[in-house]
Write a protein that binds this ligand. Structure first.
Ligand code: ADP
Ligand code: ZN
Length: 737
């Protein structure tokens, strides 16, 4: 099955990088991204200056790129040490899909495959070699590496080197020897473990200096973080899932039994779901994991044993069905959501009972582990019960200061301010309807009575004769359901677990008698509406087109024997379903669309988009380069300011070592961010058009707006290329201000 990993890429690699590659050009041409994520560029510069570098970034922060880009810039070989065979294979598949020559060596290969991969490294065809630490220590590999130029040694999951980390591996300690044997190679250590102790340990073991440490923020902006009191956890989960039809997610449970039960329940509700825990045999576990990774199963219900070695970027939600035992594990588990940067939802169902259950287990432990576990659990419960911004609590736990007042994407910051209003009257109506119908029914039927429905069940029980029949027409069904949940939460109603039959509690009776006021919400805050961290435009992508593109992706992935995300990330598809690119240029503008991927798959996707657009008359939309949320904006601001200070476009391309087009993109971003360019003469001089032609283009912008270039292009009878139009648009926008 690894045969596809053996073919030659040598010629292609040379051709692709023959024109003086820069980090930016590799980012765009190979990976298809417009801008670096925070710190990536600085790390790459540091490595290229051959300084040993420690990289600490949260999951999804983009660590891999920080050694993959240097690997393509160096002449020699890059060795990546990784502890997990599954991850190695995954990374190599992703690189090869991008046209980057990479191989791995580990015990999963047959002797022939192993030899073929050795040969491809030896001949210099492969730029990257992934190995397990124990493999790297064998004489055979030593000999191989000694015969080559080794430029970079990247140690992934570097916390495995530290006894203070959560995953110490003795063989990692021996990497120190390896490093000594190859003194001319620059060394990188990468980890998502943020604790200062582990960091210091890695540095002292490998002999790194502190100033070459790059610590990224651990804030994961795209995660919506929510903690909710756990009542009927299964019902709450089912309700949650209604908003995530067809979307991948992980549900963590405390016990194997709970995993099996919940997986069975979800399957009964027709969800495509697989269990994962240590009680299943290896084969079944592997198959279930594979089904999830390949989008054959939507949901995985797992104990904490699931997740290491999972690189799936499109996990849209993580539910903690039970309370995690520490903030560290909680953070790590929610971190598996949204690696691709798209909005994702993390829900923790919290109950005091869960905390007691965990305490009981901790009691069985010996000191000093027991005290440590108590401390971890305490921190976890304090977090769950806190009304402080979830982001702020989490980040401060990891020693990072989060200064924003309101993060807008956690339950406590109340993205939707869930205004509390007087719901006394609806509450009274609901409670008395429960009482009058004999406390024998679930919420849905009570709501039917209140709304005056004429369905069979109403007829059967003669409920149209109740005094509460039809007295609640002022509210909708979903508003009533929301009210019923609040009454349960406040202890005014009791819900019997098996059939969810409602009854009025003593507290509820008191409330009815005393006519006490009740406050709550009429409307439920919409989960989807809360996910506002995505660029608003991309949040409104065309879901039918997305579904078509996804089907296509799945076909291609299955026939290549790789997970769908190796072909394209969800983000790439979301952008296609937002901007409807109709041309090669348009498609190449999508995040994650590198040159090789375009060549392999571009046409197929273009024809789907065109076909779809034809029937519905949708048109290509302009995608501003800054739409990539990763853009830190720093570079664009610098370029804009330098331009305004009189630096020529030529000088700027030389200074940053990028193409004119990149400088133009920076300038557009600068302008889009609300700045202006003081003089557009230098820009206009790049245009090959006569002043009168330019005027025509400006007139077209006046008439049709500057949002989209396609209409302008057509209006001018396709006589001008898009580069021209881009330059003129920039001038136009600045002169209008
Ligand atoms: P980590 O190893 O830190 O968890 P990855 O290296 O797997 O993170 O990157 C997470 C995701 O972000 C991947 O899908 C990757 O392709 C994407 N990514 C990395 N760098 C960029 C960038 N500069 N722009 C857009 N996406 C990026
Ligand atoms: Zn918040």
């Amino acid at each position: 099955m690894y045969n596809h990993l053996l073919c030659s890429f040598g010629g292609q690699a040379k051709e692709q990088y023959s024109i003086m590659p820069t980090p930016e050009s590799i980012l765009k041409t190979t990976f298809g991204y417009d801008t670096f994520k925070p710190l990536q560029r600085e790390i790459i510069d540091n490595v290229m200056a051959r300084r040993d570098t420690l990289v600490i970034m949260p999951t999804g922060g983009g660590k891999s790129l920080t050694y993959q880009v240097p690997a393509l810039l160096f002449d020699g070989l890059t060795v990546v040490v990784s502890p997990l065979i599954a991850l190695m294979k995954d990374q190599v598949e992703q690189l090869r899909a991008l046209g980057v020559p990479a191989v791995f060596l580990n015990s999963s290969l047959s002797p022939e495959e192993y030899q073929a991969n050795m040969d491809s490294v030896k001949s210099g065809q492969s730029k990257l070699l992934y190995v397990a630490p124990e493999t790297l220590l064998t004489p055979r590999i030593y000999a191989l590496l000694s015969s080559l130029k080794l430029d970079l040694l990247a140690i992934d999951e570097a916390h495995c080197i530290s006894e203070w980390g959560h995953d110490f591996r003795p063989e990692y300690r021996q990497l120190v020897d390896v490093r000594r044997k190859f003194p001319s190679a620059v060394c990188m250590a990468l980890t998502a473990t943020a604790t200062p102790r582990v960091r210091a340990d890695i540095e002292s073991t490998l002999g790194f200096t502190h100033k070459n440490e790059f610590l990224a923020s651990f804030n994961r902006e795209n995660l919506f973080i929510e903690v909710t009191p756990k009542q009927d956890a299964t019902a709450q989960t089912l309700k949650f899932l209604e908003n995530f039809k067809d979307q991948s997610g992980i549900i963590y449970c405390f016990s194997r039994k709970q995993v099996d039960e919940l997986a069975a329940t979800l399957a009964r509700y027709k969800y495509s779901v697989r269990p994962y825990h240590a009680g299943l045999d290896d084969g079944e576990r592997r198959r279930n994991q594979e089904a999830f990774i390949r989008d054959d199963a939507q949901i995985i219900v797992a104990t904490i044993a699931f997740g290491m070695g999972i690189n799936k970027p499109n996990v849209r939600f993580v539910i903690h069905f039970d309370l995690p035992k520490s903030i560290e594990s909680y953070y790590q588990e929610i971190g598996r959501a949204g690696r691709d940067g798209l909005p994702s939802h993390c829900l923790l169902l919290y109950s005091y009972g869960d905390a007691s259950k965990l305490r009981y287990f901790i009691d069985q432990k010996e000191e000093p582990e027991r005290s440590a576990s108590y401390q971890h659990l305490d921190a976890m419960t304090r977090y769950a019960e806190s009304s402080m911004c979830r982001r702020k609590s989490l980040l401060s736990y990891f020693g990072e200061n989060y200064s924003q007042e309101n993060c807008g994407t956690c339950d406590n910051c109340g993205a939707e301010p869930g205004a509390q209003t007087d719901i006394t009257i609806p509450a009274q109506k609901f409670l008395s309807c429960v009482k009058r119908s004999g406390e024998k029914f679930g919420a849905a039927h009570i709501v039917d009575i209140l709304l005056g429905s004429e369905n069979e069940k109403i007829q059967k029980y003669n409920h149209q004769s109740l005094s509460t029949y039809g007295i609640g027409k002022e509210l909708s069904k979903s508003q009533w359901m929301h009210i019923s949940r609040q009454l349960i939460e406040r202890g005014l109603l009791n819900q019997e677990p098996a059939y969810r039959v409602l009854s009025v509690t003593n507290k509820g009776l008191d409330m009815l008698k005393s006519r006490e006021q009740v406050f709550g919400q009429i409307n439920e805050a919409k989960r989807t509406a809360r996910l506002k961290s995505a660029a608003a435009e991309e949040a409104e992508y065309d879901t039918s087109l997305f579904a078509l593109l996804r089907t296509k992706r799945k076909e291609l992935a299955d026939s290549a024997g790789v997970p769908p995300y190796v072909i394209f990330s969800d983000k790439t598809l979301v952008q296609m379903a937002t901007y409807f690119p109709q041309t090669k240029e348009g498609l190449l503008n999508m995040s994650g669309m590198g040159r090789v991927k375009y060549e392999k798959y571009g046409e197929g996707f273009l024809s789907i988009i065109k076909e779809y657009g034809k029937d519905r008359k949708v048109e290509e939309k302009y995608k501003a380069p800054m739409r990539d949320k990763e853009d830190a904006g720093g570079r664009s601001t610098a370029v804009g300011n330098a331009y305004n200070a009189g630096e020529s476009i030529e000088a700027l391309t030389a200074r940053y070592g990028v193409a004119t087009d990149t400088i133009l993109n920076h300038l557009s971003r600068f302008v889009m961010a609300g700045n202006t360019l003081h003089s557009t003469e230098a820009l206009l001089s790049l245009s090959g058009l006569s002043p009168s032609q330019q005027q025509k283009v400006f007139a077209a912008f006046d008439e049709l707006g500057a949002e989209m270039l396609k209409p302008i292009h057509e209006k001018l009878n396709a006589a001008l290329n898009y580069d021209e139009l881009k330059i003129l648009r920039l001038c136009y926008l600045c002169n209008k201000k």
